[in-house]
Write a protein that binds this ligand. Structure first.
Ligand code: SIN
Length: 482
């Protein structure tokens, strides 16, 4: 396990010598201490990335693809070790940890293959003596700031396209889960990523603004890619305006999940289980508001309650656990606040509605998988992402009403609906104000698909060829006097 910063190919402590604790959310035991970096470390990381840029950018796409292919192979070979570390520092069950490793490796493989397809264009010129060409070029040094909920996948889906495009990287993983990222960087180094091309520094919650502040102010950093809250995304947009950086912001969601009266109710329940309870509900695309047509409401709720009531809560070390601990005490307090507020305003818990402490789930961070009925738009959980295993069910009567409700939010990351009417499918898919729509499907994420939002859920796309374009700019060449 690596517990140091990685700058210009060297593993090193923070210049100030400070460290912070990384704890297991299952029981809050100490796993490791990592550098609590500051201004000097952040600046040195940029110096290293700048020094490495010209050379990395001028390697061929095939050479960069080979490095990424080796990184992919090493990630796959080390699946068990990475999955165990994800589960230990993030809390998700081991099977989900393995799934996240495969998902992460998928991004690295995708961008190894995509690197060699960063084609430009030749445009017919309006004058015979001229030729117009368009090249795609690396944007330069990229700062990558990642969240704790997918400690491997989020770093992989930002760093892989950055390296494929020819960019160099300074990265800061979430303070709750830095160890998985450090392990992935170690494997990238083994795969042949040259010194300075990929630099990573860790920092506590308190010191993160200092590190990211250096990157925001430094005009040599040409792009920031961030996944996290809308509040922080807006701050990054404001603070990076001084040097007008390119931004990819994958921010908060408030996903609607709609079950129409013509839906296959069993499929809708299964789709919701997959979408909602992945990572214990701690996912940006997790359904936050479940709208069920009154004609199928009771049938849907009965089936859902049976499935949710059977979910087993426990630490990643328990082979039966399907829902792990929440990431920390603040996360559980927010869930508790949302549920209390909903119940005070008329919701009823059909399943759950409380914290869990059991023989296997001993720590303070467990919350019971919960189904609330009689949810209304006055409740906090209808306006704010709960980020936990809570399903609030709202009733609706008509398509127009539910579309208005679904879009009545500043957020627009993912939306889902279940219907078997082909006309309705196309109508609703275009009416939903979200960047991603799951149609009769709860599992929507894939390296080959463009992930990202609209409205206050951010901009930019990750995954697919659009994810590579976000790390490149377009250069137009005009050759004359021919
Ligand atoms: C996220 O929660 O930010 C990412 C989820 C995903 O990639 O499916």
């Amino acid at each position: 396990m690596k517990t140091l910063n990685h700058i210009h190919g060297q593993w090193q402590p923070a210049t100030n010598g400070r460290v912070f604790d990384v704890r297991n959310p299952a029981d809050e035991s100490l796993i490791a201490q990592v550098p609590d970096s500051g201004v000097e470390d952040a600046s040195r990381a940029v110096d290293a990335a700048v020094a490495a840029l010209a050379r990395w950018k001028s390697t061929t796409a095939q050479e960069r693809a080979q490095v990424l292919k080796r990184w992919h192979a090493l990630i796959v070979q080390n699946t068990e070790a990475i999955a165990a570390l994800i589960s230990r520092e993030q809390g998700k069950p081991l099977a989900e940890g393995r799934g996240e490793v495969a998902y992460s490796a998928g991004y690295v493989e995708w961008y190894a293959e995509e690197a060699v397809r960063a084609n430009g264009e030749m445009i017919p010129a309006p004058v015979a003596s001229k030729r117009f060409f368009v090249l795609k070029e690396a944007v330069g040094v990229v700062a990558v700031v990642t969240p704790w909920n997918f400690p491997a996948a989020m770093i992989a889906r930002k760093i892989a396209p950055a390296l494929a495009a020819g960019c160099t990287v300074v990265a800061k993983p979430a303070e709750d889960t830095p160890l998985t990222s450090l392990l992935l960087v170690e494997l990238a180094e083994q795969a042949g990523v040259p010194p300075g091309v990929l630099n990573i520094v860790t920092a506590s919650r308190e010191r993160t603004p200092e590190v990211v502040g250096v990157w925001l102010a430094d005009g040599r950093v040409r792009k920031i890619s961030f996944t996290g809250s809308t509040q922080v995304g807006k701050l990054l947009a404001r603070e990076s305006a001084g040097t007008l950086k390119k931004l990819s912001l994958e921010l908060g969601g408030n996903a609607p999940f709609i079950v129409f009266d013509d839906a296959d109710v069993d499929a809708a329940v299964e789709g919701l289980m997959a979408a909602k309870f992945r990572n214990g509900g701690q996912t940006c695309v997790s359904p936050n508001r479940v709208y069920v047509h009154q004609a199928v409401h009771d049938r849907f709720v009965d089936k859902l309650a049976t499935r949710v009531g059977a979910l087993r809560v426990g630490p990643a070390t328990s082979p039966d656990a399907e829902i792990g601990p929440m990431i920390n005490g603040r996360a559980v307090e927010k869930i508790e606040r949302h549920v209390k507020d909903a119940v005070a305003k008329g919701a009823r818990a059909v399943v759950g509605g409380h914290r869990v402490r059991s023989e296997i789930a001993q720590g303070p961070n467990y919350y019971a998988p919960t189904v609330l009925v009689n949810a209304t738009r006055e409740m906090e959980l209808s306006c704010e992402e709960t980020f936990g295993p809570v399903v609030p069910v709202f009733r609706f009567d008509s398509e127009a009403e539910v579309i208005a409700l679904a879009n009545d939010t500043p957020f627009g990351l993912a939306g889902y609906f279940y219907s078997q009417d082909v006309r309705r499918i196309w109508r609703v898919a275009s009416a939903l104000e979200t960047g991603i729509v799951g149609i009769n499907e709860g599992a929507i994420s894939a390296p080959s698909a463009p992930f990202g939002g609209v409205k206050e859920s951010g901009y930019g796309r990750e995954g697919s060829h659009w994810g590579l374009e976000d790390y490149m700019h377009t250069k137009y060449l005009c050759q004359g006097n021919l």
